[in-house]
Design a protein around this ligand. Structure first.
Ligand code: GCO
Ligand code: CA
Length: 259
C-alpha cells in the first residue's frame, strides 16, 4: 500500500530571507510574499531612507522585516553586511538575488562603462552576494537561492542589449550554481518576470503605443502586477520545491509561449 504523503510544505516559518534590491518594485513584492509566508525578511538597498520606509511598511503589515544597507557590487560592503546579519539575526536560509537596473539605448550607443555598470549590478552582484552567503548554507547543508532573471533571459527587445545579456547570463549562472551547489542540499532557481508594472517599466507603462503592443503580444492581454510574482518565490523558497534545481520559471502571462 503506497503511503499517503502529507500535504506539500509551502511554509517559510523560522526561515531568514535576504532580498537584494528590495526597497521597491519586484524586490519589495518578493520580500512581502516571503514575509507573509512566515519568513523573517531582510531588505537591501543603497538608499537608507527608501529602505527604512519599506521596512516600516512591512513591519506595520505584521512582517518581521529588517534593513541591510550595502552595495551588491562591492565585495567588502557585502561581506561586512552578511557577517553583521549573521551576528545580529542569524544565517541566511533564502537568498533572492534581485538587484538590477535597466538601460534602454541601442548597443552602438552604449558606452563601455554603462555596459559594465549593467553587467555588474544585474549579474556579477548575484555571484558576489551568493559567494558571501553560500558558505553558511554549505555548512548547514541546506539553502535556497532565487535569481530574478527575466523574460529577457531568453528573448531580446530592441534597445535593451546590456540588460538582456545580463539576464541571459543570470539564467546560466542559475544553472552553474545548481551544478556546483545542489550536492549541499541547496536549491538554486530563477524567476523570469515578463512585463510588470514597476518603477523600472513606468516609462513603458506610460507609452500607449508600447502598452498597446504588449496587450496584443501577451496571451493574457495585460501587464503583470508584482503581487503575481510572490507565489512562485514562496514555492521555490519552500520545502515543497526541494527537488527543483537549476530552473528558470517564467511568469509572463504566456508571452514566452507565443509567436
Ligand atoms: C524592457 C523592459 C523589460 C522588463 C522585463 C521583461 O525595456 O523591455 O524593461 O526588460 O524589465 O524584464 O522581462
Ligand atoms: Ca525584469
Amino acid at each position: 500500500m503506497t503511503p499517503i504523503a502529507s500535504a506539500p510544505d509551502f511554509t517559510l516559518s523560522g526561515q531568514r530571507a535576504l532580498v537584494t534590491g528590495s526597497s521597491q518594485g519586484i524586490g519589495l513584492a518578493l520580500a512581502v510574499a516571503l514575509g507573509r509566508a512566515g519568513a523573517q525578511v531582510v531588505l537591501n538597498g543603497r538608499n537608507i531612507t527608501k529602505l527604512e520606509a519599506a521596512v516600516v511598511a512591512l513591519q506595520e503589515a505584521g512582517i518581521d522585516a529588517h534593513a541591510s544597507v550595502f552595495d551588491v557590487q562591492d565585495e567588502a560592503s557585502i561581506n561586512t553586511a552578511i557577517a553583521a546579519l549573521g551576528t545580529t539575526l542569524g544565517p541566511i536560509d533564502i537568498l533572492v538575488n534581485n538587484a538590477g537596473m535597466q538601460l534602454r539605448r541601442s548597443l552602438e550607443q552604449i558606452e563601455s562603462h554603462e555596459w559594465r555598470q549593467v553587467i555588474d549590478l544585474n549579474l556579477t552582484s548575484a555571484f558576489l552576494v551568493s559567494k558571501a552567503v553560500v558558505p553558511g548554507m554549505i555548512e548547514r547543508q541546506r539553502g535556497k537561492i532565487i535569481n530574478t532573471c527575466s523574460l529577457m533571459s531568453d528573448l531580446g527587445r530592441a534597445t535593451t542589449g546590456p540588460y538582456t545579456a545580463s539576464k541571459g547570463g543570470l539564467k546560466m549562472l542559475t544553472k552553474a550554481m545548481c551544478v556546483d551547489w545542489a550536492r549541499h542540499n541547496i536549491q538554486i532557481n530563477g524567476i523570469g518576470p515578463g512585463y510588470f508594472r514597476t518603477e523600472m517599466t513606468q516609462a513603458l507603462v506610460d507609452d500607449a503605443e508600447f502598452s498597446g503592443w504588449l496587450a496584443k503580444r501577451t496571451p493574457a492581454g495585460r501587464w503583470g502586477e508584482v503581487e503575481e510574482l510572490g507565489g512562485l518565490a514562496v514555492f521555490l523558497a519552500s520545502p515543497a520545491a526541494n527537488f527543483i534545481n537549476g530552473q528558470v520559471i517564467f511568469v509572463d502571462g504566456g508571452l514566452s509561449a507565443a509567436l
